[in-house]
Design a protein around this ligand. Structure first.
Ligand code: HEC
Ligand code: HEC
Length: 152
């Protein structure tokens, strides 16, 4: 009934790969942009490196770029336009403080631990946030997990 099924699938694949490729190209261009407002990261961090770090922050907090960055909805376009260099969002300022805090904890405490088997060596955003905007900070929040664990 579908003698051309294979051909149809091949064409569909080719078309979708084209889409993926043009999207990847766009992301690549964005990576090439030189960061112009770094205050905590070293000022010679490349656009590509910054993007990698940003993806990590997003995953650590379970958010998208717009949680920390100013964006503007563009008429007729699905994706908003970001102003990544702008400091006009409190979450970005908080994050800079968090970055400094993380460095201080690692430098002053974690790297000075003695004895024991320290395989983690340093903390990152995910150590506290674990995919949440605000970390789970109350022991009572853990109870559900503990009950589930007890059942095993
Ligand atoms: C949890 C907050 C947070 C999230 C989420 C986040 N960023 Fe950032 N971003 C920052 C902070 C803080 C800086 C500034 C770092 C500094 O001052 O050293 C920054 C800087 C940048 C810069 C450099 C801008 C410049 O010109 O100085 C780019 C580009 C950027 N982010 C892109 C992204 C992208 C793309 C995403 C989503 C994948 C993202 N960010 C998600 C907090 C965040
Ligand atoms: C030592 C634990 C810890 C680490 C590590 C940590 N955070 Fe946080 N962060 C917190 C706590 C606790 C709060 C919430 C404070 C409150 O809500 O009272 C918070 C809040 C935030 C907020 C504000 C969220 C909101 O809803 O306004 C941002 C943004 C943030 N952290 C970003 C980061 C980033 C980026 C990193 C890694 C560079 C990081 N944090 C690492 C403990 C941590």
């Amino acid at each position: 009934m579908f003698p051309n099924k294979k051909i149809t699938v091949t064409i569909l694949l080719a078309v979708s790969m084209g889409f993926v490729q043009s999207f990847a190209q766009k992301e690549h261009d964005h990576d090439e942009e030189k960061p112009k407002n770094l205050k905590v990261l070293s000022s010679n961090t490349s656009g590509r490196e910054v993007h990698k770090i940003m993806k990590e922050y997003s995953r650590a907090l379970g958010v998208r770029c717009g949680f920390c960055h100013v964006s503007e909805k563009m008429e007729g376009q699905e994706r908003p336009r970001f102003d990544f260099a702008s400091d006009n969002k409190p979450e970005k300022i908080t994050s800079r403080n968090m970055m400094k805090m993380v460095s201080a904890i690692n430098e002053n405490y974690i790297s000075k631990m003695i004895g024991g088997d320290h395989t983690l060596e340093q903390i990152t955003c995910v150590t506290c946030h674990m995919g949440n905007k605000t970390p789970v900070v109350k022991v009572s929040d853990l109870r559900k997990d503990e009950k589930e664990r007890d059942r095993d």
